[in-house]
Write a protein that binds this ligand. Structure first.
Ligand code: CP
Length: 358
């Protein structure tokens, strides 16, 4: 069974095929209007969402299928203590495919180990958001025409920003990707993305402290919100919350053909005055999310019918004496064994949240 819990669960070619399918869906909407007739998507959202949940819902409706699920886990038997594994075993009796968002990192991967239907990670804590990545890749393709040889500036919360982690992973598979990291010290990109993704794949990256110094070299500026809900310490959040703001003066320094992306919601990191700039692609990006999720649902259901085998088994191994120190990881929140994979750098990392083992 193929699932999508991480951008690397699909190959670069499969990623390109899903983006190409989304483009065909945009051009030929009627052709796809009944391809999922009789199929059901369950949306299990344990954490708030506007774009991801509604775009999954709209996507399945436009494919001719139906949708069930919950947007508040407290209204489900989760509130009685039902585990993620038991929940997906149950929901798999009613639905053909499941999209899950969870505040606990690794919950969708844990779900995939017991599920009889495909699981799509719709965002797990600060860890990964692979369908936002597909949205971003489709948006860059539509805005700039290619995914190779791009210089991308990631700005804001690079530490907790799951959309950033997933997009860097995906772009590291394209030729000539260069990454510029614009963040305060407290919100720098996790080391595992720098070492295990950028360095391993030969992606050039550098860290800078102002937007002005790099605006003129960027093909894509990927803005992010500083996420209050991810901070354990409110004082730390207050120190960094207004760190980088995109305004018309900064846009004046950028290339004529740059694209500004943002997974949204925004708070104050992009001023409204930027919205009218033709390079502001973030609302077009939202609509692309629906089309690419149509392509993904259709593809995963087809693979399930064909009995396709996963690329990775994600099984990992138990290592005596090692634990995962991440309090937000599924293995520290439900009855899930600690499991690790050994990276090329000789470091054991948790299979669920990628945190270095202790
Ligand atoms: N981009 C995104 O994940 O938005 P939502 O939180 O509204 O789903």
């Amino acid at each position: 069974m193929r699932h999508l819990t991480d951008p690397t669960d699909i190959t670069r070619q499969e990623t390109d095929d899903i983006v190409a399918l989304a483009l065909d869906i945009i051009a030929n909407r009627q052709k796809y209007s009944e391809v999922c007739k009789g199929k059901k998507l369950a949306t299990l959202f344990y954490e708030p969402s506007t774009r991801t949940r509604l775009s999954f819902t709209a996507a399945m409706m436009e494919l001719g299928g139906n949708v069930l699920g919950f947007s508040d886990a407290n209204s489900s038997s989760v509130s009685k203590g039902e585990t993620v594994e038991d929940t997906v075993r149950v929901v798999g009796c009613f639905a053909d495919i499941i999209a899950m968002r969870h505040h606990i990192e690794g919950a969708p991967l844990d779900a995939s180990t017991v599920s009889r239907v495909p699981i799509i990670n719709a965002g797990d804590g600060s860890h990964a958001h692979p369908t936002q990545t597909l949205t971003d890749l489709l948006t860059i393709t539509r805005e700039l025409g290619h995914l190779d040889n791009l210089t991308i500036g990631f700005c804001g919360d690079l530490r907790f920003g799951r959309t950033v982690h997933s997009l860097i992973k995906a772009l590291s598979r394209y030729e000539g990707t260069k990454v510029v990291l614009i963040a305060p010290d407290e919100l720098r990109l996790p080391d595992y993305i720098k070492h295990d993704v950028c360095e391993k794949n030969g992606v050039e990256y550098r860290e800078v402290s102002s937007m002005e110094e790099v605006m003129g070299e960027l093909d894509v500026l990927y803005m992010t919100r500083v996420q209050k809900e991810r901070f354990l310490d409110e004082e730390e959040f207050d120190r960094v919350k207004d760190c980088f703001v995109l305004d018309a003066a900064k846009m004046a320094l950028a290339k004529e053909k740059m694209a500004v992306l943002h997974p949204l919601p925004r708070v104050n990191e992009i001023l409204k005055e930027v919205d009218a700039d033709p390079r502001a692609a973030y609302f077009r990006q939202v609509e692309n999310g629906k089309f690419v999720r149509m392509a993904l649902i259709y593809t995963l259901l087809k693979w399930a019918e064909q009995g396709a085998e996963p690329l990775h088994n994600h099984k990992g191994e138990e290592v005596e004496g090692l634990t995962c120190p991440n309090k937000k990881c599924i293995c520290n929140n439900e009855n899930v064994d600690y499991k690790f994979h050994l990276t090329d750098g000789g470091v054991y990392r948790c299979i669920y949240c990628s945190t270095k083992a202790k």
